[in-house]
Design a protein around this ligand. Structure first.
Ligand code: MN
Length: 750
């Protein structure tokens, strides 16, 4: 193993064990039964031994770094496992020790944290857009099976930033940028403001050295002036608070965050003076009610500026932050910002989710008995229990959960861009996400540098490289394992295009069966057929045939529309409708008429069929029409345009047999059309909704065109009108659905 570049020849810089660690070691020699303490000491000693003869760029012994990281974690209130992981976070990367050995010595919890931090360290973020940065942050959160991994990583980064001066300038910039774009926002998301501020300030120092110096100088120039003013304010407030018996835990000027000032100047286009001259005071008291009493004192001593009072105690922020904020006219007429809060609120404000460590009463061993699934949520649950009196805690936890526990998979392109894919996605999904042509010419995939089978499910952090060749093409079996709808659609499109001739031939066969062989070619060229082509959004009759052969559109849809078009043409010519000459959909159970329990009353014993033009459903008003063909009585919906011209003597009053319950339920085919905003998983969601309703889907087709809503056509089998209405309503209520309609809609009814 090559020594990392950070190692070099030893210099004579002594490493000093910090006081807290010294105390741990001393405590252990007097009490060997304190397992928490023992774990910390053992982790330190192991790391010390492993990092021996390794040095940092600064010349310090390497061990100083893990010790500092462990110290930061301890200051945050981290448990023994987290502190131990702080000591050990670099040993796998920088020494010969294995994760198995860590687990053997320190248990699976410590191993999990060390493993997580090691993994995160492998990524170099060198990107570009805010979207990429956000993907990175999400990936980090998704990869960290335990939130403590992120906290250890943040502590590691903070110490590295504090010692950044020893690196070369270009490396400084890269690390600082990564810190600003990835790690400071992560600290912010976890509410560890403490870390966030320092990370931002340090990144600022290396990224904008000029501005940084300017602001630092301005700050120090006015320090004495400012401090004098603040001291005076503090004295006034202390006096008055003491008089009404409010115990003040802390009252002092609020530290100014350099990057915050810079950011504000940039954002609000203000001069340093305008921002900086607003001094801040923080008052920390014992009890909630004291906050309000202190507020009264502040408003009595100084004139409040209207519209600047905020009660985040009554209405905590989503991230659990609580405090009273007000701005008053302070000494010499300068605005003074005042924050009032209790100590506990202050902990949350400073340490965010890490604050719950500080309040935890039990020791660190609470994690051992949990299953991994339980464990994922343990800290959230603890947080919830601990914060259950906060109204918005749930909202905070929901937002964190969204970020932490979604199942998306985050993988890399060879260039280091993060691609987010659906769970169980494969290299083929990845290829189509990059570009349709990459997918269509994909020959193979290398995952983490190794050739891989195409159906392997990608893991978080995989680096995926797609190998293409001109002569490679999608294969039908890819449809068996791709999970993203876009990949699926594009593979289908390709297959469709490449098998166009076969599909057209197949479509003609299908139509022949319905329309008869003779005259098919003539029908295909007829005006009604051209109407159908246009209505189905195809360019040419051939396109429609290809779509039919491929299954993008169903035979029912084509035939029904053709019949409607023929009817419309006939009505125009004012000829008598020839219903019987158009093809019809036979009812599924042709022998139903032999059964005395026929589903239709009024034509018992007669042959009948359900008219395909209007597809009546049980529950709707119907009428029978005597036809001249051999299939018997056609059952239409009342109001169907095709029966308007039928002579009265051919009409037979009929109705549905509502007692038709003791046979197995009859089902009827009905076509619906859904307009929806195209999104991943839309069709799957709709089908799931229908299957919840026990509705069988005979056929499904999706048409998408760029910039237009997706058009989803479904052929359903339903028992009656009510069931259809109910499922249409359910679909309509789904998100991203624009419109749902039954085809051959007559107005009213379903
Ligand atoms: Mn480190």
């Amino acid at each position: 193993m090559n020594p990392p570049s950070s190692l070099r020849e030893p210099q004579q810089i002594e490493f000093e064990i910090p006081e807290w660690l010294n105390q741990c070691l001393l405590d252990r020699s007097s009490d060997r039964h304190n397992e928490d303490n023992n774990l910390i000491c053992l982790a330190f000693e192991f790391a010390y031994e492993l990092h021996q003869k390794q040095y940092r760029k600064s010349g310090e012994p390497y061990i100083a770094h893990p010790v500092a990281v462990a110290g930061l974690l301890r200051d945050l209130g981290g448990d023994n496992i987290t502190i131990a992981a702080g000591f050990l976070h670099d040993v796998v990367e920088d020494t010969d020790v294995t994760l198995e050995e860590i687990e053997e010595r320190f248990g699976d919890r410590v191993r999990l944290l060390v493993e997580g931090v090691t993994k995160l360290s492998k990524f170099n973020f060198s990107s570009k857009t805010e979207l990429q940065a956000e993907n990175f942050r999400r990936m980090f959160l998704a990869m960290a099976k335990d939130i403590r991994v992120i906290v250890v990583k943040l502590a590691d980064r903070l110490h590295n930033m504090r010692t950044l001066e020893h690196l070369k300038p270009e490396k400084q910039k890269r690390i600082a940028r990564e810190t600003r774009d990835i790690f400071a926002p992560l600290a912010n998301r976890l509410g560890i403001w403490h870390f966030k501020w320092e990370l931002e300030d340090l990144a600022f120092k290396y990224l904008e050295p000029e501005e940084y110096k300017k602001i630092t100088n301005l700050l120090s120039e006015r320090r004495s002036d400012r401090e004098a003013r603040l001291a005076k304010v503090a004295e006034i407030l202390r006096d008055r608070l003491a008089k009404i018996g409010v115990n003040v835990v802390e009252l002092k000027g609020r530290p100014k965050h350099l990057y915050g000032i810079y950011h504000k100047m940039q954002r609000q286009q203000k001069e340093f003076n305008e921002i900086f001259d607003i001094a801040g005071v923080r008052i920390i008291v014992d009890k909630n009610e004291d906050c309000y009493r202190a507020l009264a004192v502040v408003h009595d001593a100084f004139k409040p500026i209207p519209g600047r009072f905020k009660d985040y105690i009554g209405l905590p922020k989503a991230n659990l932050y609580q405090s009273l904020h007000t701005t008053v006219v302070g000494l010499q007429g300068r605005p003074l910002e005042v924050q009032i809060r209790t100590q506990e609120m202050h902990q949350i404000a400073e340490y965010g989710i890490a604050a719950h460590w500080k309040y935890k009463e039990t020791g660190g061993s609470t994690f051992t008995k949990l299953t991994p699934e339980d464990e994922k949520f343990t800290w959230l649950r603890q947080l919830l229990d601990w914060q259950n009196d906060l109204k918005d805690a749930q909202e905070y936890i929901d937002s964190l959960k969204d970020n932490l526990f979604e199942d998306d998979v985050y993988v890399f392109t060879p260039k280091g861009d993060v691609i987010v894919l659906a769970p169980r996605a494969t290299a083929v999904d990845f290829a189509y996400r990059i570009h349709t042509e990459v997918g269509n010419h994909m020959k193979g995939a290398r995952i983490n540098g190794r050739w891989s089978v195409l159906d392997r499910q990608l893991q978080n952090g995989d680096i995926v490289e797609i190998i293409t060749s001109k002569n490679s093409h999608p294969s039908l079996d890819w449809l068996n394992f791709v999970v993203t709808p876009s990949a699926r659609n594009r593979i289908r499109q390709w297959l469709k295009r490449s098998h166009r001739e076969q599909n057209i031939a197949r479509a003609k066969e299908l139509l022949e069966k319905e329309l008869g062989k003779s005259g098919l070619e003539a029908q295909l060229k007829s005006e009604p057929m051209q109407n159908v082509v246009a209505r189905c959004n195809y360019q040419t009759t051939e396109d429609l045939l290809a779509g039919l052969g491929y299954g993008e559109i169903t035979l029912n849809q084509v035939v029904n529309r053709l019949r409607e078009a023929v009817k419309a043409q006939q009505v125009e010519k004012e000829s008598e409708p020839e219903i019987e000459l158009t093809p019809q959909t036979p009812v599924r159970d042709l022998n139903a008429h032999k059964n005395s329990k026929s589903p239709i009353i009024g034509i018992e014993g007669m042959l009948y069929y359900i008219a395909g033009c209007c597809n009546p459903l049980p529950g709707e008003a119907i009428i029978g029409v005597v036809t001249r063909n051999a299939r018997g009585i056609a059952i239409h919906r009342q109001g169907c345009p095709n029966i308007e011209k039928v002579l009265g003597d051919r009409l037979i009053p009929v109705s549905w047999n509502s007692k038709d319950t003791n046979t197995r339920p009859h089902t009827y085919a009905v076509d619906i059309e859904i307009e929806a905003i195209d999104r991943v998983g839309m069709l799957r969601d709709i089908l799931a909704r229908l299957s919840d309703e026990n509705i069988n889907v005979l056929n499904a087709g999706v048409k998408t065109s760029f910039g237009k809503p997706a058009l989803i056509s479904l052929s359903l089998e339903v028992q009656d009108c009510q069931q259809l209405q109910c499922s249409i309503k359910k679909i309509r209520n789904m998100s991203d659905i624009l419109n749902v309609r039954r085809l051959s809609e007559l107005g009213g009814n379903c």
